[in-house]
Design a protein around this ligand. Structure first.
Ligand SMILES: Cc1ncc(COP(=O)(O)O)c(C=O)c1O
Length: 419
């Protein structure tokens, strides 16, 4: 097991089980609901998701064994990812406490998204389908899907939000290098895509529209749909981030006081914070989102659809409305209108504090991080860094341990610095 160039200590850091927060939430999680009796979206999930994913989606079990094959691939893609002390940043900010970075940019695809793409592609392959289909915003999820499908020997078709497709041509090339087929969304390949283009021919696209296109395509071509975020099963897979952090902090003899991550659909944030919230319930938890997509501070906590075409079920979450068209901010992964039901519930109950940051602040934070730590972080992760810097500036004399999840690198997102 974990033969892939790992030391004994590193092997022990990769967990054997994923953690599911659902049984530990303060209230029962409201279940997904159908649009109406005629269009059963729950029935739809049964048709497009691998059975194992469905089981994990609705389980109340706290721990799920990570299959050996997945553990092997986790080692191959760079797990455990590093946890390091950001001493350069601490000095720059003149901070008396400590800042730790969990760095998901160190995986082969450059973000956390691969943590869930691997098991989903394996479960799809095990059902004998010829391929998987999904949407992508910034291109990170698409890249992870492309690699994971290639590892599993199945095809991948990816609907990429048009504005990101135009802003990030290198992403398309990488996904194609891994063997995936990329289509800008809205596209003419689906009924829903065509209806959007009819209404507005220069529509920049949204994640919600791309999801709807991918689901429609999966249904019509007997492919399985890959879930990029929001769903419980995805957050469960991503718990590998927090579980590793827990062991790495233990090795360092440290405990976290403050946990910070960015929220698009909530998968890196939930995956990072949930195992640590369980172990350290006193820790302060900050969820960083884009000021331009202020779902927690200006959205409503209500049942809303996961996607714009209202194809997938509606879930109880903070949402700006499934028809919300966000500004063309560079952090494409944060343009999503809602957030995972579990993350939303913990914001509602006050365990998680939201923090909205502007793109300007994010660009400054990315520059500071690059110049003090040498790492070019993803624009999405720049939100977490901006929130961390704001926190330090207002708590400079506290000697707290701040742990920040940097969900990806930004080497393919350099256009943000052209501003
Ligand atoms: C690097 C990176 N971080 C964060 C996100 C936001 O997604 P999530 O909230 O599901 O982690 C994305 C999504 O594309 C991403 O690519």
């Amino acid at each position: 097991m974990h033969e892939y160039m790992l030391s004994l200590q590193e092997r022990e850091i990769i967990p054997d089980n994923w953690y599911n927060i659902v049984p530990d939430l303060p209230q029962p999680l409201p279940p997904p609901v159908d649009k109406d009796n005629e269009h059963s979206s729950i029935e739809l999930l049964n048709r497009i998701l691998p059975r194992e994913i469905l089981k994990q989606e609705f389980t109340f079990q706290r721990y799920t064994k990570i299959p050996e094959e997945v553990q092997e691939l986790y080692a191959q893609i760079g797990r455990p990812t590093p946890l390091f002390r950001a001493s350069g940043l601490e000095r720059f900010l003149d901070y008396r406490g400590k800042i730790f970075i969990k760095y998901e940019g160190a995986t082969i695809t450059g973000s956390h998204k691969i943590n869930t793409a691997i098991p989903q592609a394996i479960y799809a392959r095990n059902e004998g389908v010829k391929g998987v289909v999904t949407e992508t915003g910034a291109g990170q999820w698409g890249t992870a899907t492309a690699v994971a499908s290639s590892f599993s020997g199945i095809k991948a078709k990816i609907f990429m939000v048009k504005v990101s497709f135009q802003q990030k041509p290198l992403r398309k090339q990488i996904m194609e290098l891994y063997g995936a087929e990329i289509v800008p969304s809205p596209s003419t390949e689906t009924k829903f895509g065509r209806s959007v283009i009819e209404k507005r021919h220069d529509h920049p696209g949204t994640l919600g529209i791309a999801i709807s296109e991918a689901v429609e395509y999966a249904l019509e071509h007997d492919m399985r749909y890959m879930l990029g975020s929001v769903f419980n099963s995805v957050l469960t897979h991503q718990s590998v981030i927090g579980l590793e952090t827990e062991k790495q902090l233990e090795i360092l003899g440290e405990e976290p006081d403050v946990l910070i991550g960015c929220v698009g659909g909530g998968s890196n944030f939930g995956g990072f914070t949930f195992p640590l919230i369980k172990k350290f319930p006193e820790a302060e938890v900050l969820a960083s989102t884009a000021e331009e997509v202020p779902k927690f501070t200006h959205g409503d906590y209500k049942y809303d659809f996961v996607d714009s075409a209202q194809t997938l079920p509606s879930v109880k979450m903070y949402s700006l409305g499934s028809d919300f068209v966000p500004e063309k901010i560079y952090a494409g992964g944060l343009r999503y209108h809602g957030a995972a039901p579990s993350v939303s519930m913990l914001v509602k109950t006050g365990k998680i504090t939201p923090s909205d940051v502007s793109e300007e602040t994010v660009i400054d934070a990315l520059r500071i991080f690059a110049r003090t730590q040498g790492i070019v972080a993803a624009p999405e992760s720049g939100h977490a860094l901006a929130t961390a810097i704001e926190y330090v500036v207002s708590h400079r004399n506290d000697r707290k341990n701040i742990v920040v999840n940097v969900s990806g690198h930004g080497l393919l997102d350099m256009s943000i610095f052209d501003r």
